[in-house]
Design a protein around this ligand. Structure first.
Ligand SMILES: C[S@@+](CC[C@H](N)C(=O)[O-])C[C@H]1O[C@@H](n2cnc3c(N)ncnc32)[C@H](O)[C@@H]1O
Ligand SMILES: [Mg+2]
Length: 936
């Protein structure tokens, strides 16, 4: 940040500061025949001019030299450079006098390169006695040379802008022939008017500008009030006069302008504007301001009538008295136009939160709400302001919450199974004594979740031992659990674990307030990073938390008149199509008066499930659960309350007891869901194939096989790895020469689905089939009943085996089964780069993205075209088969080839193997036309 730092900026930094990306450096290589090595010259292009450096051995030196040349041209002398150190106080005074004289010269006014020039021009557009009268504070704040010379006189000017102003006044007094100090306390004007031509050339400013700024009102007692104001800068008016006006001052000459101390998100520098405070003693000349108290530590407030403005002072690191405005606007080096940006409360607090070097700030509730806190706490020395733990305590006190309870653990984490056991224990205890569990006991049960480990823990680059800390926050009055935050990270130091837990809790509260306009009917649950959050919205409402008006409006507004465009922030980390497995429990919150007992809120368990798998985005899961789960990461635990019972799966009430139904019908407060995300797979292969390909890729594969089958005049077919029977199903629908079709699979579930499908479709088809059979068996084993079959298909199966098994399958099929025709399909790995561009694969969950190298979580390998071709060609050659390659999805002619690659093996000759009867396959479903019979 400029102005406030002892450390001088380098010439390149100054250039960057002034011109940003508009400064461009170009390095030119210079070959000098006498030198063996290369030399460099730098061209620096600035908006107004360019400079070329001398020749240097290093690129850096060339750039530095160019920056120095540019600064020289701009009349800027880097602060704190060696020259400054050599300057005596006397010289510094002379320099200031000289510089003031220059500032009021004709030459300076016409130079385009100094913001002060723009200020001068603005004052020359004023009428009356203020015409051409430039505030001393402006000179002190915006002229780098004067600023640096003031520092030579007294380094304390850094902290005290009034001091610098007093020096300018003193220096100006030496120019009485030339400069007039106006009757206003702190402004200077040229004695002789500017030539009329110069004045006429001044153009008035263009359109009016509205800028948001922060107003810090100095309260006579207690904390300052921070609010937003709009600065309406109408064309032609001097912006500093408008700021002065807002502060109730006559004009800008009564202003103090602080150094810059922070930036808005778009990079505009902020300054604090305040009134020159009124001195308590009778001496009201500006000189008196320059007299610092003997003891530097002496309370400044005793010197001035205006109260000290703690917030403004700590924001900018300079002493500010009375009301103040924080704004980001001003003339720049780039142009004569007023550059400006809004300063929102949020950016103000962010600056205060320590992102500026001097932002040591006393936190208020508002600050916590609006500030963007850093993600993690690393060391005490790098943290500005109160430590997170302290901030959290302050916050809790302000919010009528009990002191945060920190739980430190160093023990090894519990395995997942224990977590599940705890969940079961919870369920059991609830059903044993369901009607008088109080919230505290219930919350106590959650402890078991606080130290669990997840399956993917080891995938995270975190410490595996050390200290881990969780924090619980309860409401003061009812001792309801408001937040249970258990970050999973370990820290070397106990204190770091605590500070980080506090920080996470603060961040969470921050996001809660951020999201106030979310739909109150939506489950509210926030999860950030790898940790567990627990939050029950209703508890917060009942606990009257927090006292902020905004929150109450949002929480109690049941009329749904809210701005519908403001959707709750929902970051889905698990994409649609993924398979997720969760454990959950649902409890009903029973109103205190329903039981009429302790006045505490009671819950009764309604349903729980230790493991259930569902596909995201297909409407198969309770929407509340699904929406929360898809924002979680594996291993996380969440708890949330919905105001209305969700219709659908979880509460399908066929098995509900009368008691449960009665509870549900009296439901007043809502359902509490506890959910633990056990694992994520996905997206499912079928989903990918349906999203990307029309018709879906699996249909194209089946279609391709059916076409070959139709052309083949074959009568027997086996589908190896038939799955749910998609190919067999098609063969029921189209007339072919086939008489017997067989499906083999090792998945009982898939075979069940296939059998069901066949059952329902059997008599509808136009096929000539006589026998259909489903075998349960591994295609790695030979079954002599399928020896010498006409056609064997094996669609998208081999990649579900280990690679060596795929090799073994190839051999077994061609050596033992020896079909006339074998059709094998498998994904083309090269095609994944196209698929992976899709959001389907863009999971924010790291544990998932690890696996998404392949098309499906279930694939053990995927082959490139070359690998597939190598496997198939070698196999065909050694077993006396011909092989041809084809595919579906995309094109075989252009990279990266087909999405699904297909090899068609054709037997060259058939020699019957010795009839060995091996029948490891088990018939699990069969149909024959003759009897119209089937068995299961
Ligand atoms: C992706 S599915 C393909 C199903 C079907 N071929 C299709 O195209 O729709 C892969 C199937 O291969 C089966 N499978 C994997 N290894 C197997 C083995 N050794 N023996 C039999 N089936 C197997 C799986 O059970 C699964 O049903
Ligand atoms: Mg597959």
């Amino acid at each position: 940040m400029a102005g406030g730092e002892k450390q001088a900026l380098s010439p390149k930094e100054i250039i960057h500061h002034k011109f940003g990306v508009k400064a461009s450096y170009r390095i030119e290589q210079v070959h000098v025949s006498s030198q063996s090595s290369c030399l460099y010259r730098c061209h620096l292009q600035l908006p107004e001019f360019s400079v070329v450096s001398n020749v240097f051995k290093s690129k850096q030196d060339a750039e530095l030299s160019a920056a120095e040349l540019a600064l020289e041209k701009l009349g800027i002398h880097p602060q704190g450079d060696d020259d400054d150190d050599d300057i005596t106080v006397e010289q510094a005074w002379d320099d200031i006098v000289e510089r003031i004289k220059y500032i009021f010269s004709d030459e300076f006014l016409s130079s385009d390169h100094h913001p002060l020039g723009s200020h001068l021009r603005a004052t020359l557009l004023r009428d009356g006695e203020r015409h051409g009268s430039l505030s001393v504070s402006v000179i002190a704040a915006f002229d780098a040379k004067i600023n640096s010379r003031c520092k030579v006189i007294n380094p304390s000017v850094d902290k005290d802008p009034i001091l610098a102003m007093s020096y300018v006044m003193r220096a100006a007094a030496k120019l009485s022939d030339y400069i007039v100090a106006s009757p206003h306390l702190a402004s200077l004007r040229r004695k002789n008017p500017y030539p009329p031509a110069v004045i006429e050339a001044l153009a008035t400013h263009g359109e009016s500008i509205k800028v948001e700024a922060v107003y810090i009102q100095c309260a006579t007692s207690g904390e300052e009030v921070v609010d937003l104001i709009t600065l309406d800068i109408s064309s032609g008016r001097y912006y500093l006069d408008i700021i002065a006006d807002k502060l109730g001052l006559k004009d800008s000459s009564q202003l103090i302008i602080s150094r810059t101390f922070g930036k808005t998100p778009s990079g505009y520098e902020c300054r604090v504007y305040s009134a020159i405070p009124k001195l308590n003693p009778s001496d009201k000349s500006l000189k008196a301001y320059g007299k610092r108290p003997v003891d530097d530590e002496e309370d400044q407030s005793s010197r001035f009538k205006n109260p000290w403005n703690a917030k403004a002072s700590s924001a900018c690191g300079q002493d500010i008295h009375g009301d103040a405005i924080v704004a980001a606007l001003g003339y720049s080096w780039r142009s004569n136009d007023l550059e400006h940006d809004d300063v929102s409360l949020k950016s103000f607090y962010r600056i205060c939160c320590g992102m500026s070097p001097n932002g040591i700030y006393k936190f208020s509730r508002q600050a916590l709400i609006a500030a963007t806190l850093p993600f993690s706490f690393t060391t005490k020395s790098s943290w500005r302001g109160p430590l997170p733990r302290e901030m959290l305590s302050i916050f809790c006190r302000q919010q009528q919450l009990a002191e945060p309870v920190f739980t430190i653990s160093t023990s090894p984490v519990k395995p997942l199974s224990e977590t599940l056991r705890s969940l079961k224990k919870l369920k059991d205890s609830e059903s044993n004594d369901g009607n008088n569990q109080c919230v505290n006991e219930y919350a106590g049960s959650y402890d078991s979740f606080n130290h669990y480990n997840s399956k993917d823990e080891e995938e995270l680059p975190v410490l595996e031992s050390g200290y881990r800390c969780g924090v619980k926050i309860l409401s003061k009055s009812l001792q309801d659990l408001v937040l249970d935050c258990s970050p999973r990270n370990f820290y070397e130091k106990e204190s770091h674990a605590i500070q980080n837990a506090a920080l996470k809790a603060l961040t969470w509260f921050g996001s809660l307030f951020d999201d106030l306009d979310a739909d109150p009917e939506q489950p509210r649950c926030y999860m950030k990073g790898h940790m567990n959050w627990m939050f029950t919205r209703n508890i917060m409402i009942k606990g009257k938390f927090p006292s902020s008006k905004r929150y109450e409006e949002a929480a109690y507004d049941e009329s749904k008149t809210m701005d519908m465009d403001r959707k709750p922030k929902r970051v889905q980390t698990i994409p649609n199509g993924s398979l997720v497995s969760i454990s959950y429990s649902v409890s009903v919150e029973v109103e205190a008066d329903f039981w009429g007992r302790s006045g505490k809120c009671l819950r009764e368990l309604i349903e729980s499930n230790e493991e259930i798998e569902f596909e995201v985005g297909v409407g198969s899961m309770n929407p509340h659960l699904e929406s929360v789960v898809t924002q979680m990461s594996v291993g996380q635990y969440a708890c949330f309350v919905t105001n209305m019972p969700a219709e659908g799966l979880v509460l399908a009430d066929a098995n509900d007891t009368a008691r449960t139904r009665s509870l549900l019908s009296k439901l007043a407060a809502g359902l509490e869901y506890s959910v633990h995300l056990l694992g994520v797979k996905g997206p499912t292969e079928k989903r990918v194939e349906s999203v990307f390909f029309k018709p879906p890729l699996w249909k194209q594969r089946v279609g391709y096989a059916v076409k070959l089958i139709k052309e083949s005049s074959a009568s027997t077919l086996v589908d190896f790895g038939c799955g749910s029977g998609s190919l067999l199903e098609s063969l029921l629908e189209v007339p072919t020469s086939l008489q017997t079709i067989v499906g083999v699979d090792i998945s009982q579930k898939a075979l069940d689905r296939a059998a069901k499908m066949l059952d329902s479709k059997l008599n509808k088809g136009a096929c000539n089939l006589k026998t259909i059979r489903l075998y349960d068996g591994s295609i790695l084993e030979f079954d002599s009943r399928l020896h010498g079959i006409d056609i064997a298909t094996c669609l998208e199966v081999i990649e579900h085996m280990e690679e060596d098994e795929a090799f073994q399958f190839g051999k077994t099929v061609l050596t033992l089964f020896r079909p006339k025709l074998l059709i094998v399909s498998t994904p083309n790995y090269e095609y994944n780069k196209i698929l992976h561009k899709s959001s389907l694969y863009h999971s924010k969950d790291r544990s998932m993205s690890q696996r998404s190298k392949f098309r499906s979580h279930d694939h053990k390998f995927e082959w490139t075209r070359a690998q597939f071709s190598h496997w198939a060609s070698k196999l065909a050659k050694s077993h006396n088969y011909n092989v041809e390659f084809s595919g579906v999805g995309g094109s075989g002619d252009v990279d990266p080839g087909f999405a699904s690659q297909i090899a068609i093996f054709k037997r060259k000759s058939f020699t019957q193997v010795k009839k060995v009867s091996m029948q490891p396959y088990k018939v699990i479903w069969e149909w024959t036309r003759a009897q119209g019979d089937k068995k299961n």
